[in-house]
Design a protein around this ligand. Structure first.
Ligand SMILES: Cc1cc2nc3c(=O)[nH]c(=O)nc-3n(C[C@H](O)[C@H](O)[C@H](O)COP(=O)(O)OP(=O)(O)OC[C@H]3O[C@@H](n4cnc5c(N)ncnc54)[C@H](O)[C@@H]3O)c2cc1C
Length: 537
């Protein structure tokens, strides 16, 4: 096949795989529970060394009046948007249109940590719920609330100094990559360009070079956070180190509002992208081969396996994508091992060496777009992306799937074809390889406990806007039942960034042995649970 044709196929297939293509798709969602933190804000006092001591929660003074809201608006340097304002309908939106029915009492676009402190004083005074919001991609809608949204997107930007980058907490991923690449630097992150750096980093951050460079959170050297008492704190290995520990994997929305991160960075050179597909008839062999290959490959190789089906489709698809930090010939040698284990080469192979930034654009589903275009129109006037709905669940696998497990997996994907989903819908599962640098960090070294995974999986189903509710409900039921069928083979761990309102044992699944320590940090810095939501620590 001519190279141009292969490239077109590659771009078409990566787009078809859900936008992000290689990593899990950039159109995911969550289960049904309505968002809405039900905070009971109180207060804490800071001691001289910056640590909080618990004090009795002061009595809230009752609901704020319109005049109180107006006064808050005057106290902020950034805009405060209220119901009835022209900007309200757009300002209250999250990424997933499923949450458009939520009605926050206010959205404060904070320009600096002082604005955040002012907002927190307001919610403490009146006892109203609060939620921090960055990219708005919470799968449960938990960056919205009936009270005040503290939006950090006006605190955006990337400042690189040597091998260190200080990044505003409101930076979107594509701007993060672009800002770093301008200085020849990189930090591992996710694929979806509109995800916010704050939510991603606080819950871990799995991306296409994580096997080489670790999670996004593993690369944080320091961060600035405003805690429930309104204090602006620096957290690193020597200052507020307990909070620093919790903010690397403990999950967004739990401990305060982060206003900036300082990352260690890596050189951003050329990178190899590859994208391969096989006929569905080969799926069982490809899955068996991939799971014995991808988690054990050299760190330079990262890979994803994506199985997808459509309602009434003839056959599902199976695709392997990935990246390699090295020469194209070395990448090809690694891929030969996969082909040998699978017993056949892919029917549609594609491989190219490209610049770091272009690779991130391809991963983002923006291969033919500029960086400005690779945004929502609300984020950048040139933005050409749109919001999307999706249900998602996750698993972390610590053992290879048995042949019975592979059979269950294939049956689950095939069932989507008969599940009665909406026209244009999709359903499937994406596995991201782990191992490498991710697993070389001890489970208790940061709050991100999942350090023994071979690969993580995301079960997803998407549908076009305006689809019939009954069809979407059938897709959701299919997904729950697919996930249930895989219980005998999964570890019980789940990825906290794929937050899942239907998960009943979420404390153990997200945080395992680290949960107790997280509750201690919570009690110290947010004793009155100013920050709360249904799965808050
Ligand atoms: C389409 C899509 C693609 C994704 N791709 C990837 C991927 O490739 N890799 C990966 O690891 N994950 C991925 N995720 C998961 C993603 O990392 C999480 O959903 C993450 O929490 C989103 O962060 P956000 O800032 O965009 O979302 P938000 O909804 O704004 O925030 C998520 C949570 O963090 C809190 N929060 C937000 N800002 C702050 C702050 N400044 N301080 C404290 N708390 C804050 C919110 O209150 C909320 O609880 C994806 C999610 C989606 C929907």
């Amino acid at each position: 096949m001519a190279k141009d044709t292969r490239r077109r196929d590659f771009l078409r297939l990566t787009a078809a795989a859900g936008g992000a293509g290689l990593l899990a798709s950039c159109s995911r969602g969550s289960a049904t529970s309505a968002a809405g933190a039900t905070g009971a804000p109180g207060a804490a006092a800071a001691t001289a060394d910056g640590a909080s001591r618990a004090i009795a929660a002061p009595q809230a003074t009752g609901s704020p009046s319109p005049a109180d809201w107006t006064a808050l608006g005057h106290d902020l340097s950034g805009p405060l948007v209220r119901p009835g304002d022209a900007a309200y309908t757009v300002s209250k939106r999250l990424f997933d249109p499923r949450f458009d029915s939520l009605h926050p009492a206010g959205i404060a676009y904070c320009r600096n940590p002082h604005d955040v402190s002012t907002c927190l004083a307001f919610v403490r005074k009146y006892g109203i719920p609060v939620a921090a919001r960055c990219g708005g991609h919470s799968y449960a809608g938990w960056s919205s609330t009936s009270g005040l949204i503290v939006d950090v997107t006006k605190m955006a930007g990337v400042n690189v100094s040597g091998s260190t980058a200080t990044v505003g907490a409101g930076t979107h991923l594509i701007d993060f990559y672009n800002g770093l690449a301008a200085h020849g630097r990189a930090v591992p992150g996710g694929s979806c360009p509109t995800v916010g750096i704050a939510g991603l980093t606080l819950g871990g951050g799995v991306g296409v070079v994580s096997r080489a460079y670790g999670l996004t959170s593993d690369n944080v050297k320091s961060l600035q956070i405003v805690t429930a008492d309104g204090q602006v704190r620096t957290c690193n290995s020597s200052q507020n180190s307990d909070l620093f520990w919790a903010c690397r994997g403990g999950g967004g929305g739990n401990f305060g509002v982060v206003t900036s991160f300082t990352f260690g960075t890596h050189p951003a050179g050329q990178i190899v992208l590859f994208f391969l597909s096989w006929p569905w008839s080969q799926a069982a062999r490809v899955i068996a081969a991939w799971q014995s290959w991808a988690p054990h490959a050299p760190d330079a190789l990262w890979s994803n396996l994506h199985l997808a089906a459509a309602p009434g489709g003839s056959v599902p698809s199976i695709q392997v994508g990935g990246t390699y930090l090295g020469s194209i010939s070395a990448a090809a040698a690694q891929l030969e091992k996969l082909y040998a284990a699978a017993g056949s080469p892919p029917s549609s192979p594609f491989m190219e060496t490209t610049s770091w930034l272009h690779a991130m654009l391809v991963e983002a589903g923006c291969a033919s777009l500029t960086v400005n275009e690779c945004h929502l129109p609300t984020q950048n006037p040139q933005g050409r992306l749109s919001r999307a709905s999706e249900y998602a669940k996750s698993d972390i696998f610590t053992k290879p799937l048995s042949s019975r497990g592979i059979g269950t997996l294939l049956a689950g994907v095939e069932k989507f074809q008969r599940a009665g989903g909406a026209p244009g819908a999709s359903g499937g599962i994406a596995f991201d390889a782990l191992g490498g640098a991710v697993n070389r960090v001890a489970p208790g070294a940061t709050a991100f406990v999942h350090r023994n995974g071979l690969f993580q999986a995301q079960y997803t189903t998407t549908w076009p806007q305006g689809s019939a509710a009954a069809a979407v409900a059938r897709q959701h039921a299919w997904q729950q039942s697919f996930w249930q069928s895989m219980r005998p083979y999964a570890s019980g761990q789940a990825y906290q960034n794929y937050i899942d309102p239907a998960l009943t044992n979420w404390r153990q699944a997200y945080y395992g042995a680290n949960y107790t320590r997280l509750t201690q940090v919570k009690a110290k810095y947010d004793p009155h649970r100013v920050f709360t939501f249904p799965q808050a620590v």
